[in-house]
Design a protein around this ligand. Structure first.
Ligand code: SAM
Length: 375
């Protein structure tokens, strides 16, 4: 089951990520749009339109050539819906690719950028082949590089046959060099899940493409090794094959691109790790603040208790002094009787002595006989 997105995003939201991280097919515009013209294409299918970032450019391209753009996305953004609905050359299929493709007419070019997993890719390529007849079209496949190249990701694993889905995780993220997922890394934030392990059979986009090509020697694969990797698949005997091949090769054979991609991914993962650390530090500070507030409340309680104790100790001092005085009066009365025994002088009673001494005891009201007279 897809969990609800976490309460606090630990990765930047999609929009911010978009700004920080290049990930759209639009980054390949110079290659893709030129190839569309080399092919002499008029119709394009984009699988996975998302926010319409590249769809907008495809629509402009098609509008200038009397062409057509079909976009397939089960959960298009409002921006994509508005974009396609206001275009005279676009159409939107709001369903998954494997439902939409078999009912669609053949197209000159396909951009495959939807659910990045082995089962979906393999069946998308088979569906494209089935509707295209003898002339396999030009197909661009995004995400043949890290992280989806050898690890399935699932937008909606429930739409796939259970046996085609590897154990997956919506919470943890992928990092370079580790088959296992980790707490940080490139995470789906509830939007998509990763297969728990990287590599092995029937796992990942590139694995699916290789599987599809294994029985089809007439098809060629070239890879532009940046922005998550762009695969370009086409029949090597197509009239436009040499021109497309030469154009793609100028991007394919630049080792610098591979190094830049590696560096960009390293830096992005580093940023994610720092954001995670900052998030955890924020939680720690919040815990300390809560504890601090609790401690201050306890200090105030203890201060109130101490004030009560101090009042009680003053009362006790008075009681002790009173008790001691009472015993003293009794002893004094006894001494007085002993002193006057045999004489006709009466002794002083304890009560009398108390009435004389009480005004002098601690806590006694001021002596009215010594107070200033009322005006
Ligand atoms: C990486 S985004 C596409 C980005 C877009 N092509 C671009 O270059 O700007 C993937 C999109 O594929 C959609 N998607 C997921 N599963 C799909 C499927 N089975 N068929 C078609 N689209 C799918 C998602 O809703 C999401 O919008």
């Amino acid at each position: 089951m897809r969990p609800s997105p976490p309460a606090v995003d630990q990765n930047p939201p999609r929009s911010e990520r978009g700004g920080l991280l290049l990930y759209s097919l639009a980054e390949f515009r110079e290659i893709i749009l030129e190839c569309l013209d080399l092919v002499g294409g008029r119709s394009v299918v984009e699988i996975g339109g998302e926010d319409g970032t590249f769809t907008a450019e495809l629509l402009s391209w098609a509008a200038a050539r009397d062409g057509r753009v079909s976009c397939i996305d089960p959960t298009p953004s409002k921006g994509l819906v508005d974009l396609v609905e206001t275009s005279e050359v676009g159409e939107l299929h709001r369903c998954i690719s494997l439902e939409a493709l078999p009912a669609m007419p053949p197209s000159d070019v396909y951009l495959v950028d939807g659910d990045h997993n082995y089962f979906t890719l393999l069946h998308e390529l088979e569906a494209i082949e089935a509707i295209s007849g003898p002339a396999f079209p030009l197909v661009f496949i995004h995400d043949v590089g890290w992280p989806s190249g050898r690890r399935d990701m699932y937008y909606s694993p429930e739409t796939l046959p259970a046996e085609a889905v590897h154990p997956y995780d919506y919470g943890r993220g992928a990092v370079i060099g580790s088959s296992d997922l980790v707490e940080t890394g490139f995470r789906g934030e509830g939007e998509f899940a990763w297969a728990e392990a990287e590599g092995g059979p029937a796992n990942g986009v590139l694995t699916a493409v290789e599987q599809f090509l294994a029985d089809r020697p007439q098809l060629k694969l070239q890879v532009v090794p940046c922005v998550f990797g762009l695969g370009v698949v086409y029949p090597s005997d197509a009239p436009w094959a040499d021109a497309v091949g030469a154009l793609v090769r100028t991007y394919e054979e630049i080792p610098l691109l591979e190094r830049l991609e590696q560096n960009r991914l390293d830096l992005y993962l580093h940023v994610l790790a720092l954001q995670r650390a900052q998030f955890e530090q924020g939680l720690h500070v919040r815990d300390v603040e809560v504890e601090n507030r609790g401690l201050w409340a306890r200090v105030h309680e203890l201060e109130a208790e101490m004030a009560g104790l101090s009042q009680r100790s003053q009362q006790l001092a008075v009681e002790v002094a009173t008790t001691v005085a009472a015993r003293s009066f009794n002893i004094a009365e006894l001494l007085s009787r002993l002193h006057t025994r045999g004489s006709d002088k009466p002794g002083i009673s304890a009560a009398r002595m108390r009435s004389l001494a009480e005004p002098l005891l601690p806590g006694a009201p001021p002596d009215s006989s010594t107070a200033s007279p009322a005006p």
